[in-house]
Design a protein around this ligand. Structure first.
Ligand SMILES: *Cc1c(COP(=O)(O)O)cnc(C)c1O
Length: 394
């Protein structure tokens, strides 16, 4: 059997780019200083810390002192939501989010409901995965303190009307947090044009190392700390700075900003080719998510009559690494909460496949998938009683 190693799961994580790794290496060894120390080693680290903060700020047109380094997207989500909830408890206990958020948002909301007396509204989305603005506005009450809606969805790629959501939040004097882990570095973001108060970002989705991310906190936004200890990050996020990773994240952010236009054009063209090629060759297939407002590298299909796990297994045997829309890998047989929220019936949600394209994906890779996937789907359908019934009916 032909064996390749074709990575099509860039939404799960990305490899560290060589330029990024090269920048990081000295900070493990000769430049190992603690940025809080009052000596040359410390000052060198502090200089590198400031530079990286500037690079991340520049990616979203923020001020450097509005960027706080964290241990990744999940911590940023948890911090933003819990931090605002605790700091604004005297004003109210109501939070609005959506049904399609990442678990980094959903599970902190559930925790606040269960253990701290908060009330959370989980908004429905439309068939393409967009929050409905009129329903959002209707959900706001006197006790609402925070709206948290993701910038772009990690499963179906849909980009939300962030500017409009920000305007609604501002009009009602409610803080607005957005999980931009999939968006920051993949699409242009200018926080000065959006009414965003808090924004979560992560390094390992944009060719930086894992375990490092940032929270953008607009100047003047009140929130409690999440990690308590030393005076790092202007007393808001304690713990000795993870210098190699911070330097790497800074470089990854700089590269993302510099290459943005080319990145978007290339990935979008590969995405279109993949979607068109598969829809032409495989019947009973749908594309999930919006075709207009979509992350450049995201493709998500549902193939009727079959199970996503079977597709993943057979693709893996062909060397293609992809992701299913279902949560079966985490031990549950329920289909993904995102696919359920856009209204897919159970049996269709189960047959879903996410192929995410990145900077190392080639035309040849896309051709290989368009060549191999139809036979995989056909073989699985042949074993499916559901498909059998449909074919016999015809
Ligand atoms: C990956 C991801 C996260 C989690 O980020 P980590 O850095 O892995 O903790 C949060 N939100 C979204 C939308 C993501 O895609």
């Amino acid at each position: 059997m032909e064996k390749r190693r074709l990575y099509m799961d860039y939404s799960a994580t990305t490899p560290v780019k060589k330029e990024v790794l090269d920048e990081m290496m000295p900070y493990f060894t000769e430049n190992f200083g603690n940025a809080s120390s009052f000596h040359t080693f410390g000052r060198e680290a502090k200089t590198a810390l400031d530079k990286a903060r500037g690079q991340v700020a520049n990616l979203i047109n923020a001020k450097p002192n509005e960027i706080y380094f964290t241990a990744g997207g999940t911590e940023s989500d948890n911090w933003a939501i819990e931090g605002v909830a605790f700091a604004h408890r005297s004003k109210g206990n109501h939070i609005i989010t959506s049904k399609i958020e990442h678990h980094g948002v959903l599970h902190i909301c559930e925790y606040l409901e269960k253990h701290h007396g908060f009330e959370v509204t989980y908004l429905d989305v439309d068939a393409e995965g967009r929050v409905k603005l009129d329903e959002l506005e209707k959900a706001i009450k006197d006790t609402t303190i925070l709206i948290s809606i993701m910038f772009a969805n990690n499963e179906i790629g849909t980009i939300q009307p962030i500017k409009e959501i920000g305007e609604i939040a501002k009009k009602h004097n409610v803080l607005f947090h957005t999980d931009a882990v999939q968006a920051a570095g993949n699409v242009p973001i200018d926080v000065k044009e959006l009414n965003v108060d808090l924004m979560s970002m992560s390094s390992h989705k944009i060719y930086g190392p894992k375990g490092i991310g940032a929270l953008y906190i607009k100047t003047g936004t009140k929130l409690h700390s999440f990690v308590h200890g030393g005076a790092q990050e202007r007393r808001r996020r304690a713990g000795t700075e993870n210098m190699p990773s911070i330097v790497g994240y800074g470089k990854a952010a700089e590269l993302a900003k510099t290459n943005m236009d080319e990145h978007i054009e290339r990935l979008t063209s590969l995405r279109t080719k993949l979607i068109d090629g598969i829809l032409e060759k495989i019947p009973y297939t749908r594309v999930n998510g919006s075709l207009e407002d979509r992350l450049p590298g995201n493709v998500n299909f549902s193939f009727e009559f079959i199970e996503g796990e079977g597709i993943l297994l057979m693709l893996d045997m062909l060397g293609i690494a992809a992701s299913s829309g279902s949560a079966c890998t985490s031990g549950s047989l329920d289909p993904s909460h995102v696919l359920m929220a856009i209204g897919l019936p159970h049996e269709i949600a189960h047959g879903s496949l996410r192929l995410s394209i990145g900077d190392f994906t080639t035309e040849d890779d896309i051709d290989y998938i368009i060549e191999k996937l139809p036979a995989v789907i056909e073989r699985l359908r042949m074993m499916s009683p559901l498909y059998d019934a449909v074919i016999k009916q015809k």
